[in-house]
Design a protein around this ligand. Structure first.
Ligand code: C5P
Length: 318
């Protein structure tokens, strides 16, 4: 394929966003081992950049913070995504995938899922498959509960095990400034759900507020564009937070530190251990990030805004 200027398309670059869950309501484990969820996904402007190019065979290389912790070979979710879409389309998985990590690894921000979503989008474009979003979503759901959301980005309601998505239209007023404190060591999602089960058995579920009420408060606050309202709505809204704090008690110190330096709210992002802080402005986010960095306790402190767009693909020209 040639560009108007005469260059050749050498590959595809896809930018895939990370996410934070602004509501995460978890029900008891289902017979298939998963938990039924109701969640509000918010895409944020932290992106992994995934480059795909034709190659003699499927390879995956990863660069960036935490790259050494990402499984190579068959265990790599982006490699599985390439194989799955190639099989579905009846083509060879002859693609070199290179991932530049920016989303924390094993951090509760669905970085691995973002890479898999990017691989689906990239392969679709590279091989000219022309799959619909619905077809891509079905493949995404086979790969993992969180793989579908980066295809949409923005804000979406997630149900089922998280893979059933309803995009939510949010007014342009709502751009929110976030700081993410990245722990030096990641947490495995299955371990958090196991701890959630253990804790749930030891306490009564009485007094829990109905999920729909909490979700409506979050979406109303997002629409209002009012960070203080959103801060109130996301308080204690993550059912996995207690499990993350149980396995990593030091996260409680991080969550305390945020408001001491101007955060309006702090929560564990998804299954953790990354902590997400909502601030009232870009300036407040920068001030908080400086204070968190100065503690020397974090692998990274990241400043960004959301909602952000879903996966975007662009050709690489030689
Ligand atoms: O769907 P995914 O492969 O990302 O899930 C990883 C693990 O997280 C599952 O094997 C399960 O242990 C846990 N999980 C869960 N309930 C969900 C999503 C994930 O228990 N809704």
């Amino acid at each position: 394929m040639s560009q108007a200027g005469g260059g050749r398309r050498a590959g595809i670059t896809v930018r895939a966003p990370g996410k934070v869950n602004l509501a995460l309501s978890v029900s008891p484990r289902r017979p298939d081992g998963y938990h039924e969820l109701t969640t509000v996904f918010l895409a944020v402007g932290l992106h992994d950049v995934v480059r795909l190019a034709p190659a003699p065979r499927l390879t995956v290389t990863v660069r960036g913070p935490g790259a050494a912790d990402i499984p190579a070979g068959d265990g790599n979710l982006a490699a599985r995504a390439v194989r799955l879409i190639a099989r579905a389309a009846g083509v060879e998985p002859s693609v070199a995938v290179h991932i530049d990590k920016r989303i924390p690894v094993a951090g509760g921000m669905a970085g691995g899922s973002a890479d898999a979503a990017a691989a689906l989008v990239g392969c679709d474009a590279l091989c000219g498959l022309g799959l619909s979003r619905e077809e891509l979503l079905l493949l995404a759901a086979e790969l993992g509960s969180d793989v579908g959301f980066p295809l949409y980005g923005g804000v979406a309601l997630g149900t089922g095990r998280g893979e059933l998505l309803t995009p939510l239209e949010i007014s342009d007023a709502g751009v929110f400034h976030w700081v993410f404190a990245v722990s030096p060591h990641g947490l495995a999602t299955p371990a958090i759900f196991q701890e959630y089960d253990r804790l749930r058995r030891t306490r009564l579920a009485d007094g829990e507020r109905p999920t729909q009420e909490r979700v409506a408060e979050v979406t109303d606050a997002l629409n209002s564009g009012d960070a203080a309202l959103l801060a109130a709505a996301v308080k204690d809204v993550n059912d996995l937070q207690e499990a993350a704090l149980s396995l990593r008690p030091e996260l409680a110190d991080t969550l305390r530190l945020g408001p001491e330096h101007g955060a309006l709210a702090g929560l564990v992002s998804g299954s953790g251990p990354t902590c997400a802080f909502l601030t009232e402005s870009a300036r407040a986010a920068a001030t908080l990030a400086t204070a968190l960095s100065a503690t020397g306790c974090y692998r990274d402190v990241l400043v960004t805004a959301g909602p952000a767009n879903g996966c975007t693909a662009a050709p690489d020209w030689t």
